[in-house]
Design a protein around this ligand. Sequence first.
Ligand SMILES: Cc1ncc(COP(=O)(O)O)c(C=O)c1O
Length: 379
Amino acid sequence: MVLRPNPVKKVAKAPIKGTKMNTTIESKTSMRNCIFAKSTNMIDLRSDTVTQPTSEMRAFMLAAPVGDDVFMEDPTILELEAYAAQLFGKEAALFCSSGTQTNQIAINVHVQPGGEVICHEESHIYKYEGGGIAKNSGASVRLLSGDRGRITAASIEKWINPAHDVHFPLTQLVSLEDTANRGGGAIYDLDELQNIRELCTKLGLPLHLDGARVFNALIENGMEAAQYGQFFDSISVCLSKGLGAPVGSVLLGTKSFIERARRVRKVMGGGMRQAGIIAAGGLYALQNNRNRLADDHRHAKALELALQKCSYIAEVVPVQTNIVVAILKDESARDHLLAQLAENKIRCMAFGPGMIRMVTHLNVSEQDIAYCVNILEKM
Ligand SMILES: Cc1ncc(COP(=O)(O)O)c(C=O)c1O
């Protein structure tokens, strides 16, 4: 059975109970934002992690009721967890400090020492989490190749170790990334996700999603989060990427999974106290900033078009969401190009030999994109 995508609904802006906007604070924070924006004076396309919380978000955070979250008494965190779990049709959620933490906790709960995790060879959980799979969970990794950071049910099936042969580590988890960062923001095909889900169910394997940019995927595939959530046993959702919150991620799953995850979070030193003040940024982002991701995708497309016309660019990886990856004709010219862009107040990132990355986000406006297009065309 293939799950059918539904059109994305507009998200209602729901304030936290007891939140009042303080106009004095509001105007002061606005002022500070303006001062900050002026002081940097750069269009920062390195990542969607560089966003500044808006004055509305800051006011919302300041007004958030808080309590001791290790005692599970922080009303804002409880509200964020309930909201996120319900959004993805999951029983429970856990607020954590980062996407690395939510991924690593999930792996630790799913996998025993000596077990094996299947993931893409360029996935964040393997490549950019400091060897955490080995260090935190004592597990090995089976790395699969695949188009733009994605793997298929057929390739996963080929690499599941036979449980009866003691030579092999037991395969205990499949992990996907949607959108795939190293894949230039590529999204999974829904039929393929369904195939992977069916394979994991058949083999009794848990399926984890690194959903650092899951809302970018949902905007494009048009599926409701609650429906999409049914593909996975656990989901890590970042609040501090395109959604624009300053800190935090949520881990989603069944009640018993989250109970075990809470224990692992504590062991990893991730039990926070009056953290509702930061969780409020995440709650505000979830309630207000999901639909605007479509603007970022439109902006990324405009950058793709401009780059395609540049004589020094060999290829632009087709843009699907908010990440633009361009491959230079002359590999050795990358750092010079980055320096020239920086001289023109545009910050981008090296993304491997002869490759640069641009990521659109909350703090990059229509005018900023028009400016970037103009500079790219002139260079
Ligand atoms: C795909 C992906 N997963 C996980 C993370 C980790 O998030 P954090 O930086 O909050 O640890 C990132 C960070 O950029 C990411 O791109």
